[in-house]
Design a protein around this ligand. Structure first.
Ligand code: HEC
Length: 161
């Protein structure tokens, strides 16, 4: 993903969150400090992963037609994004819109290892055939969910809130 697209995605997330927060936290919603930008970027990273996963699970479940080149592009995107989780979380930024558990920065080695597991699972995705995708997608899905279970305060879904 280009930084331009990431930036646009981050801006969109900020807008959505600002709408969700409504008038209860106007100062936070308008905050443009580097901490908030940092948090918005890592949330945008996660949101982009969800989009790629949605596409692949749609194909695996037969809700959409299997398309090898789309699946391959989603795999590439997931390799890149899971590979940058560490970078996006290295600094212990927290703000009110974040669901990240502070434990991340007390268990940084474990967090990094789980990011590595997700990256390996993304690399292991087989996008050559529908059966290959069905076989390899659950491993990646599991790596997303298991990290959320420990390090995210709303653990059991990919849903945003
Ligand atoms: C190494 C840990 C880790 C892995 C692996 C991981 N995530 Fe996350 N994810 C998090 C954390 C922590 C948050 C909370 C971030 C925040 O709110 O600041 C999060 C948040 C999210 C969100 C919510 C974003 C929002 O709008 O608040 C989505 C969606 C998401 N992840 C999808 C995924 C998907 C899909 C995968 C697998 C491809 C994945 N994540 C893998 C740690 C992880």
């Amino acid at each position: 993903m280009t930084s331009f697209r990431l930036h646009k995605a981050a801006a969109l997330v900020v807008v959505i969150i600002a709408l969700a927060i409504g008038s209860t936290a106007p100062v936070t919603a308008r905050d443009s400090s580097s901490t908030s930008k940092h948090v918005a970027k890592r949330i945008a990273l996660m949101t982009s992963q969800k989009a790629a996963m949605d596409m692949l699970t749609g194909m695996a479940a037969g809700r959409s037609t299997f398309d090898r080149s789309q699946a391959r592009a989603a795999r590439k995107q997931l390799i890149r994004s899971t590979g940058s989780i560490r970078k996006h979380f290295r600094k212990p930024h927290l703000d009110p819109r974040s669901n990240a558990q502070p434990l991340i920065w007390h268990a940084w080695k474990d967090f990094k290892a789980r990011a590595g597991t997700a990256e390996a699972a993304a690399k292991d995705l087989n996008t050559g055939s529908l059966s290959g995708l069905r076989r390899t997608l659950p491993g990646l899905m599991q790596s997303c969910l298991s990290c959320h279970e420990t390090y995210r305060s709303t653990p059991n879904s990919f849903t945003t809130h």
